[in-house]
Each structure stands twice: as structure tokens, then as C-alpha cells.
Design a protein around this ligand. Sequence first.
Ligand code: URA
Length: 218
Amino acid sequence: YADHRDLHLSLRRQRQMCIRDRHKLTLIREKTTGHKIFRELVTEVATLVAFELTRDLATIPTEIVTPMMATTGNTVSGKDVVLVPILRAGLGMVDGLIQLIPNARVGYVGMERDEETHKPVHYYFKVPKQPENRSFIILDPMLATGGTAIATANSLKDLGATRIKFMCLIAAPEGREAFCETHPDIEVYTASLDEKLDDNKYIIPGLGDAGDRLFGTK
Ligand code: URA
């Protein structure tokens, strides 16, 4: 719990999702969990984190009639929301968010490291027109060094986007710091803040390679 407090005190903009029993995240981490169950769990946990993330999504007062009386409810348009999964592991989170925002649009970002500059560059980038009028949610299950997340946010801002959030399942302190320092205006939502990165920039304890585990490529 010290971690939770520290997170809220030192980084107001980052919130850690409180999954009551942490059960599903534990199953995701377990190395014997196969890709079918892994995929289902990633969808479920993405939905849980999305509950927190969509808390301030604008709703439209809507007149309806229940079997008892006329009343005013709230509906979510969601058409101005754009999910931006970072290929390839971010794809695993799309279904979880669509459960809550069925009308969301989906952009795609493919990132790779430039062999000479060692900086992340995108080889694929497709988002809807008029980005200045939309709310973007960048998706990547692992916030490790923060390099691709930072570059993706840079690209969206270059296009004129002003409303951006970032969502992952597991964040490393190194990635959280790098991201929040570069983009202090972007809220980061995560199910867990882990210990650290190892020498190969994998998150410890983490869950291994999220893309390989999602798509069964190992
Ligand atoms: N990407 C992954 O898939 N796993 C990590 O631990 C770090 C980056």
C-alpha cells in the first residue's frame, strides 16, 4: 500500500487502478498461462482499468421513458474517442475498451527503433482526421522505458491533439518517470506499478513479452 500512497502523492496525474483481489493480473503474470487465457485476461483487465479512465468521459443528458415514468438519463457518444493501440501488443487491449466505449474509433501506431539514431520512429501511423477535436487513449500493455509511448504522444501532439490519455497494464518506475516528465499533461492509467527494468529493459516481475504471449509467437 505504500506504493499506492507514494504514487498519489508524487504523481498526481497518475492513478493506480485498484483491482480488489488482483486475481486476474496474477494469472496474467503466471508463465504457464497460455495465449488463449492470456488474451481473455488482458481484455478483462483492460476493461477494469478503463472504468477508471472513462470516469470523466463526457455524457449526454438523454430523455427516456421507463415503464414507470419519463426521466433523464446519460448516454456516452464516444464517437470523438480514438483508441490508439501501439502495435503489436496494444492490440490486445482494444476489445477491453470497446466494451465500455462501443463507438470509439481506432487508430494504429507501428513503432520501430531506427538503427542509426536508436530513436523510436513510426513505420505506420493512421488516426482519424480533425485530431484537435478528439480524445485519444494510447494503449500499450507495458510501459517499460517509455520510449514508444513518448514518441506516440509526440506524434499525436504534432497533429494538433490536445486531449490524450495513456493506458497500460504494467508500468515500470523508469517508464512512468520518463513519460510523466515529458508529457506531464497526459494522465497515465495502469493496473500495476512494478519494481524495475532488467538489463534487457524487460519489466520485473512483469509478465515477459506481452506481444509473444498475446499472439503465441514464442
Ligand atoms: N515489452 C514487453 O512486452 N515486456 C516488457 O517487460 C517490456 C516491454
